[in-house]
Write a new protein. Structure first.
Lengths: 122, 455, 103
């Protein structure tokens, strides 16, 4: 942190850890996993330990996309809340009003989506 | 902070959009929303006129000069006409509430853009005025063609606005500020020129100027003419104001700035007018003629600050009759022959359409003539003799295809029975537009004096 | 070696170029939009770098990038909605197949 040499040391240690970690896990799983051609689970795809259900190429339901779109829009609007919260003490009542209007417009959007049935799971 | 009340028109429009979204009681009577939205838009236009010019607001981020006042009133009035028309007619196959709300959101963006004097405000308001336009272009969910047109419009528009944003980031980097008053590209040499051109790419695409016009005919021909009536006019006025201001802030010290604008102007005029000639679809014809009209406007923009008032005035002089022609195309059908026999079926509309088309050609005594006169005057004063000669020649060419419309309306025969559904508020929109076309023709020189034109 | 303004601007220019290439060459509408996002992020890098090195006291450039992020998120949301609507009609998002409008 102080000198370039120290920085390089940190990077070196990180690299070393990475290499060792990967080597150990690969070796350990090789050691622990069941062997043999007649092992039935060998050819199954790995899905975080859960038994795979159905074909791998599934069509996601359109309902997910609508939720994702709503989520992205509302998620990104919170970007404005962080600088607002930081500067709130300096600016006072005016920014409070502004943010209230901003959130009210967003809430109206959500209310409209609700009214139109976009939130109903189909 | 005390300046907030000067933004009452924008607040009215935003509030109106929200009211319009929730106003319909049942899906069948969603036209009510458009009526309410029209009332709000009219109120915003009146408020903008009453508030009048007000100097710099919010530390120079907005500037309510005379041009901004004129543009705000014009945008509000045109949006009122469109919403009145929608109120009377409805949107084929869909509900009106969303269309009305989207139009008002776009109006809010346009009004802000007309007074923006800061790069951030410009970018946000530009996007606010165009994002609703994509939706309006693909408004019918069951119409794959319209959706395709909207998707193409969206992809190209986003690409060009990102190129513009890239340019804006360099403008900010060179000047160290996003305020128009502190922009100076001259010291940066070639980098300044690159930034200038990058910014122009975005604005040219929004205004559909050559060589970034090629999306326009496809997108317009795919969409409903009623939606095009809005998208091709109201955002364009705001776009021209933004172009005038931005060029005024950036161009003075950039070598070759006016050359770029004039070359683009000549290309747009020639290409637009020649391509409009053989078209048989009114939407395509108007798309190409819109390219040509943008060309005329760019000519005055190349003349620098002195050309600004003429450019903004002409943008309105183009937008008003062009909206009416598109509305007519929606009512009668988009093909040129669909206008046939209009004079016997709807004589009043036929005669009004004569006024609109004469204005688009630029024949006195309607507004288009004065618009072109002052446009060309300011270009000649800046020394663009040859480009103006090209523009005059191209105006003569444009008379050819506009007269094809007139001939079809007065002498042609329509194939198949027309669907005529008359409603008072739709007719009111036509009356409003025709009155503006005639009145602005009479009042051209006082209005231009108000805008700061030196005669 | 210290990372300077030139490095960041070069990075942004390369990202912008890659995004532009993708946007112009890809045939799938969703891929085009991903390329457009790449361009948007290149611009954000540009803005933040210029703000950090040229006007370190004012946060203008950083705020500009915040606004540009929000706007591009809104645009992409809309674009995906359009793609979704087309997909429901046509069962494809390949731009070459979307060719009813030509000329």
């Amino acid at each position: 942190m102080q000198s370039p040499a120290f920085d390089h040391l940190v990077v070196g240690a990180f690299l070393l850890f990475g290499v060792v970690f990967v080597a150990v896990t690969v070796f350990a799983s090789n050691l622990l996993s069941p062997k043999g051609k007649d092992e039935p689970n060998r050819l199954e795809p790995y899905e975080c330990g859960v038994e795979p259900v159905g074909p791998p190429w599934v069509q996601f339901r359109v309902g997910y996309y609508v939720y994702a779109l709503l989520f992205v829009v509302f998620d990104i609007e919170t970007v404005f809340l962080y600088p607002w919260a930081v500067s709130f003490n300096k600016m006072g009542l005016f920014v409070l009003t502004e943010m209230t209007i901003f959130i009210a417009i967003l809430a109206a959007g959500l209310a409209y989506a609700w009214k139109e049935g976009a939130l109903r799971w189909r | 902070m005390a300046d907030v009340w000067r933004l009452i028109p924008e607040f009215l429009v935003l509030g109106g959009a929200l009211v319009a979204l929730f106003a319909e009681r049942a899906r069948s009577d969603s036209r009510v929303s458009a009526g309410i939205a029209a009332a709000f838009a009219a109120a915003a236009a009146v408020a903008a006129a009453v508030i009048g010019p007000g100097g710099d607001l919010f530390g120079g981020q907005l500037s309510l000069d005379h041009i901004a006042v004129f543009a705000r009133v014009a945008i509000g009035a045109l949006a009122t006409a469109w919403l009145l028309w929608v109120w009377g007619r409805g949107v084929t196959g869909e509900r009106c509430a969303e269309a009305a709300a989207l139009a008002l959101f776009s109006v809010a963006g346009g009004m802000l853009m007309a007074s923006a004097r800061d790069l951030i405000v410009l970018y946000v308001s530009l996007e606010l005025s165009t994002i609703p336009a994509y939706v309006l272009m693909g408004y019918r969910r069951d119409d794959a063609r319209g959706l395709e047109g909207a998707l193409k419009y969206f992809l190209l528009s986003m690409l060009t606005s990102l190129v513009m944003l890239y340019g804006l980031s360099f403008v900010f980097g060179i000047s160290g500020s996003t305020s128009y008053g502190q922009i100076s590209l001259g010291a940066a040499g070639p980098l300044g020129q690159v930034a200038f051109v990058l910014v122009l790419v975005g604005l040219f695409a929004k205004l559909s100027a050559a060589p970034f016009h090629y999306w326009t005919p496809d997108a317009y021909a795919g969409a409903q003419a009623g939606a095009v009536a809005y998208v091709s006019t109201v955002p364009k006025i705001a776009g021209v104001v933004a172009l005038v201001r931005l060029v005024g802030a950036m161009a003075p010290n950039v070598a070759g700035a006016s050359g770029v604008l004039v070359v683009a102007a000549v290309f747009s005029m020639v290409l637009g007018n020649l391509a409009a000639f053989p078209q048989s679809d009114v939407r395509r014809m108007m798309a190409y003629s819109g390219v040509a009209h943008t060309g005329y406007i760019l000519l005055a923009t190349g003349a620098g600050t002195a050309g600004g008032p003429a450019a903004v005035f002409y943008a309105v002089a183009y937008a008003v009759p062009s909206m009416a022609v598109m509305m007519l195309a929606e009512e009668e059908g988009p093909a040129l022959d669909d206008l046939g026999g209009l004079a016997s079926r709807r004589p009043a509309v036929a005669w009004a359409s004569l006024a609109w088309l004469l204005s688009l050609v630029g024949i006195p005594p309607v507004v288009g003539f004065f618009g072109k006169l002052y446009l060309f005057t300011s270009a000649v004063r800046a020394g663009f003799i040859w480009p103006v000669l090209v523009a005059v020649a191209m105006s003569v060419v444009s008379a050819g295809y506009y007269f094809r419309l007139i001939r079809s309306a007065f002498l042609g025969q329509r194939k198949g029975a027309p669907v005529v559904e008359r409603r008072t508020s739709a007719a009111t929109a036509f009356v409003l537009i025709t009155v503006i076309v005639l009145a602005l023709g009479v009042l051209a020189s006082p209005v231009l004096a108000f805008l700061g034109m030196r005669f | 070696m210290t990372i300077g303004l030139a490095h960041l601007l070069t990075l942004a220019a390369m990202l912008f170029g890659i995004g532009m290439y993708g946007a112009l060459s890809r045939k799938n509408a969703v891929h085009v939009m991903m390329s457009l996002e790449l361009m948007a992020n290149a611009v954000n890098i540009n803005l933040v770098a210029l703000s950090r090195f040229l006007t370190p006291d004012a946060l203008t450039g950083q705020f500009f990038s915040v606004f540009s992020m929000v706007v591009s998120a809104a645009e992409i949301g809309l674009g995906l909605a359009l793609v979704l609507a087309i997909y429901r009609r046509r069962r494809t998002v390949e731009l070459d197949a979307i060719d009813e409008l030509r000329g």
